[in-house]
Structures are given as C-alpha cells and as structure tokens.
Design a protein around this ligand. Structure first.
Ligand SMILES: [Zn+2]
Ligand SMILES: [Zn+2]
Length: 233
C-alpha cells in the first residue's frame, strides 16, 4: 500500500486520538496537494468543516481525507494515461514534450497560493482536478483556467508595471509585460502556524469572522509584489 493509502486508513481509525488522525491527514496532504500544501490544507478545513478543536468533530478529518482521495484517484488515472502516452511517443522517436502536464510544471501562474494559503480556487479538489485534466486534453473552458471565474481581473502593481490577477483565486491571468515572474504575497505575510491550528475556523467548524480580516477579491487587491528567488515550500 502506498504511504497515502496507509495514512488515509489511519485518518479513518476511530481508535486513534484525533491529533494522530490529524497528523495522518497532514501526511496525505504532503503526498498530494493540488493547491499546494498550505492552500490544500486550508481548503480542506473549510470544505470538511474542521473545527478548531478536533475533538468536537473528529469525523471532519474523514470528510477531508475522502475529498483528497477522490481527487487523487482522478489525478492518478490521468497521470498513468499520460505516462503511457509519453512512453509510446518516445518509442516513436518523439522526445520533446509539447506541453508539460499540469502537475509537472516548474513554475505556475498560481504560485500565489503557495505564499498565501487563503487564496486558491473555491472548487472542490475533484472538480479542480477534472478541470485541469480537461484543459490538458484541449477542452476550451471559459474563464480563469484555475477556477472558471469570468469577472474582470484585479490589477496589482509590479512596481514597473502591473499584472492582472483572477479576482477569485489570484492566478496570474495577464502577466506583467516584463519577463520576470513576479511573486505576489499578502502584507503582512501569513504565519503558517495560525492556519495549521485552524484559527480561521470557529469551534463548530464555521469560518472565523474575525481572522483573517480580508478574503476574496479584497484580499487580492491588497497583494504586493515580492521579487527574488522563490523560497522552497
Ligand atoms: Zn481563478
Ligand atoms: Zn514585471
């Protein structure tokens, strides 16, 4: 059994204390995280309604790992197909890849999700994977490639010019005209430990109305540009 499946079984194990099941969920997210580790964890806290005190609803951990598992199955099936096609292409003498798979790109226009866990699409993880798979297969889907938002972009200054970001998920939709790949981050930066402890959630698994203060488009409008090498996350 893979590490993901072993740890998924631990999340389901009701004989374990909630903190151990939570730690097993963490391992699953390190293995598969379509929005990046932090943003995927944040997404799951909301979609599975994980309360601040896990003991209040340990079954929320099961809902979280099952959403992740369903998305991972969809991704695995596509990744296997992709690998088989690549092998066939290599045998036919075609070595170069026209377009890397969405899970394999070295730089993503949605990099902001790595720096701000509160920004990511609102799609469920299976829906996000389905959308990315469909785009890779050449489907023409309207709106932001990541989330489908069709509203106007939010312009964020890059000091010398500006970039247009999706107003829903902050993916870069209109790159800055210069060749640099700017990194956008919230100001002040988000400490990970508060998100990990689910301070953005209430005791019964709803969103905390007091922290963080800005979400959605209001949050994206407040992003600032930080250049320099990407920190490894
Ligand atoms: Zn978007
Ligand atoms: Zn620029």
């Amino acid at each position: 059994m893979t590490s993901f499946l072993t740890h998924r079984a631990r999340v389901h194990d009701t004989t374990l204390p909630a903190y151990r099941r939570h730690s097993a969920l963490r391992t699953c997210v390190t293995e598969f995280a379509p929005y990046g580790f932090r943003a995927t964890y944040h997404h799951l806290t909301l979609s599975a309604r994980m309360p601040r005190l896990l003991e209040a609803d340990p079954e929320s951990l099961v809902r979280a790992v099952e959403e992740l598992h369903e998305a991972r199955q969809l991704w695995l099936a596509r990744a296997e197909e992709y690998a088989a096609r690549r092998r066939a292409e290599k045998r036919a003498g075609r070595r170069s890849v026209a377009e890397p798979a969405w899970w394999n790109r070295s730089w993503q226009p949605d990099h902001v999700w790595l720096h701000d866990p509160f920004l990511h699409p609102t799609l469920s993880l299976p829906d996000y994977v389905r959308r990315q798979n469909a785009l890779m297969d050449g489907a023409e889907l309207p709106g932001c490639p990541a989330c489908g938002e069709e509203g106007p972009v939010v312009w964020v200054s890059t000091v010398i010019d500006r970039a247009g970001l999706c107003r829903s998920c902050a993916r870069v939709l209109v790159p800055c005209p210069c060749v640099r790949r700017h990194r956008f981050e919230p100001e002040p930066r988000v400490g990970w430990s508060r998100t990990w402890r689910r301070e953005h959630m209430t005791g019964d698994g709803g969103p905390n109305p007091h922290w963080p203060a800005h979400l959605g488009t209001a949050r994206i409008e407040r992003l600032t540009v930080h250049d320099g090498p990407y920190p490894r996350l």
